[in-house]
Design a protein around this ligand. Structure first.
Ligand SMILES: O=C(O)CCC(=O)C(=O)O
Length: 410
């Protein structure tokens, strides 16, 4: 029963005030009961006998406070929520993303958003100048995305685009032409072969040499689905030996990770580590290694979610293996990149209900083994999972211009 019906009950009672027992009166006694019992009491009460006392003046009747004698609710009122700013934006987003009208309305109904407000808002969209401007931007973006996707599909149809190549003895020319300018990832298997780090770096050795130092790690990541976007909130200073012990003794987890943000290799007390990196190939500039290198240490199971960097880099596995997933920049329109360099899509466990556009995205996967170095080409999306307890080193001193404007202050 709707509110309007209940209001009519009240009006009827006020006009036909009665003496004696009425069904409403019986129900009023049940008013303090839960709604179901109250409704049952109302239904079970005898039919009213309309016995107006002729001796009683009509004016008296009119003055009685009978309006308070409302019947109890016969069923739960239908509660709707106002169409607030959040849902307005959700509707505009959904329409711009071409969500089928029925699916959109069904979701709003399920969320109990006021249907009258919803229909009014949706119906007015085509006449809304802000919506029309957004639609124009959407169409322009889609045309650009399609053109890029077509160009890239053509490239990807070549036989070598099915996987990430593993190469050794790469010359400077080939590295720069085929991979840097050709903008394709590659794993270089022999770059770190003669580095002292390959023999010396281990969790035990780090503890022996640097255990007393404090280091900055990313901590408490498991509790935050957006741990990478919120990385500033996860900065945590800890004793290096204690951290290394946790890495070595813990099972697979993504809770604590010493990432590139730690700036550890910029600290003079850690310079000994950089002395053990090299020789570098002639397509890297050894003189700027100190400024450009970052250490990564973490347990099996650490995850770096999908993002792109704003420069190119090399990333060498010293201890343990990592799985890299690469996605070409031309697929960006299907990666829901709504914030900075991040995508919420997880290709390790793809949620197509949430991210249907990601369905056809081509992902190149490669496992990088100890001693191998992966080249990350410009603007390629990547997500990385540690398959073992890992120590690795990334560096950006590739000997070509490596600064780019992505419009986000990087
Ligand atoms: O190794 C990782 O977890 C992430 C590496 C990465 O994203 C990078 O070096 O840009």
């Amino acid at each position: 029963m709707r509110g309007r019906d209940r209001k009519n009950h009240g009006q009827t009672l006020a006009r036909s005030a009665v003496h004696g027992t009425t069904r409403v009166g019986a129900a009023l006694q049940a008013h303090a009961q839960p709604p179901a019992q109250a409704a049952a009491a109302f239904a079970a009460a005898p039919e009213p006998v309309e016995t107006v006392d002729a001796a009683e003046p009509a004016a008296d009747l009119a003055e009685r406070p009978v309006l308070s004698l409302c019947p109890p609710p016969l069923d739960e009122p239908e509660v709707t929520l106002p169409l607030d700013e959040h849902w307005c934006q959700w509707i505009v987003d959904s329409v711009l993303q071409r969500m089928p009208h029925d699916a959109m309305m069904a979701r709003l109904k399920a969320e109990r958003i006021d249907p009258a407000q919803t229909s009014g808002f949706v119906g007015a969209l085509p006449r809304n100048p802000m919506y029309r401007a957004a639609e124009k931007m959407r169409d322009r973006y889609e045309r650009y995305g399609r053109a890029m996707q077509n160009v890239h599909s053509l490239r990807e149809s070549g036989p070598e685009w099915t996987h990430v190549e593993k190469r050794s003895r790469l010359s400077r020319d080939e590295f720069i032409e085929r991979y840097v300018r050709g903008c394709r990832p590659v794993v270089i298997t022999d770059m770190a072969r003669d580095w002292p780090a390959m023999q010396r770096w281990s969790f035990a050795e780090f503890k022996r040499r640097y255990g007393a130092m404090t280091v900055q790690v990313q901590a408490g990541r498991e509790k935050d689905a957006d741990f990478e976007v919120n990385k500033m909130q996860h900065k945590h200073t800890t004793n290096f030996a204690a951290f290394l012990d946790r890495v070595v003794t813990s099972g697979p987890n993504n809770d604590e990770y010493l990432t590139a943000n730690n700036e550890l290799l910029r600290r003079p007390e850690f310079q000994g580590l950089l002395d053990e990196v090299g020789p570098l190939p002639d397509y890297c500039d050894p003189s700027s290694l100190t400024r450009c290198a970052s250490l990564w240490v973490g347990p099996e199971g650490t995850k770096t979610p999908l993002h792109h960097d704003t420069l190119m880099l090399l990333h060498t596995q010293i201890v343990g293996r990592k799985r890299w997933r690469f996605i070409a920049p031309s697929s960006a329109p299907r990666l829901y990149n709504d914030f900075d360099v991040y995508s919420p899509v997880n290709f390790e466990n793809l949620d197509l209900a949430r991210f249907p556009e990601a369905a056809g995205v081509k992902v190149l996967e490669v496992v990088v083994e100890p001693g191998e170095s992966v080249f990350l080409p410009l603007a390629w999306w990547h997500q990385v999972t540690s398959l073992d307890k890992c120590i690795s080193l990334s560096f950006t001193n590739i000997d070509v211009p490596n600064r780019f404007d992505f419009g986000n202050g990087h």
